[in-house]
Design a protein around this ligand. Sequence first.
Ligand code: ITT
Length: 199
Amino acid sequence: MNTIVFATGNKHKIRELEVIFSGLVRINTLMEIGLEADFEETGTTFLENSIQKAIYYSKKTSFPVVADDSGLEIDALNGDPGIYSARYFSPRMSYGERCRQILEKMAKVERSVRSARFRCAASCAFNGEVIGTGEGRVTGMIAFDAAGRGGFGYDPIFYYPPFKKTFSEMTMEEKNQISHRKAAFEALVEQMLPWLQAQ
Ligand code: ITT
């Protein structure tokens, strides 16, 4: 089985990806290969950031590297926090507090205009060259209250109407059926397969 490095400092993303890639490739983390998560995002799109991140780390290891950039776009907040999802609030603020702040900003927004989507772009690079990319999104709405204990980030306030649950109320298997990350990596894997099979 091929080994790839997943370049992220977010341990929740690693768990999600281990399930998505289960049986297909073996995943190493940056820590496992002795690299620090020191890449700084400067791009203006999810795709640009994921490509730059994958290229950056692929120059530091002989393994192929996958990276993603993701975030939550809330229509009533003009698409915020968007690509700044990880930096929209102070880094010292807990995600519980960040979710509360969003709920406060959305307090007067009616149900019919609470639409939001998670987006993810995923890229793979090897020796500084891009091997493939993929993008995914999932549409839902911002809940009126946080609910659930699973997942990470903005999951407690992202309500997914078809399942009548927030992402935090879902099992990881449920989230992985429909998530932006699953869709992005599925599209990426399709592009990577010929390359992986040739290794
Ligand atoms: P890396 O850059 O090291 O991978 P990160 O957490 O900084 O980790 P991003 O730059 O992709 O990751 O920022 C994404 C932020 O968007 C993340 O910290 C969450 O706040 C939010 N986010 C993205 N995907 C999410 C998901 O599936 N559930 C909840 N929040 C998510």
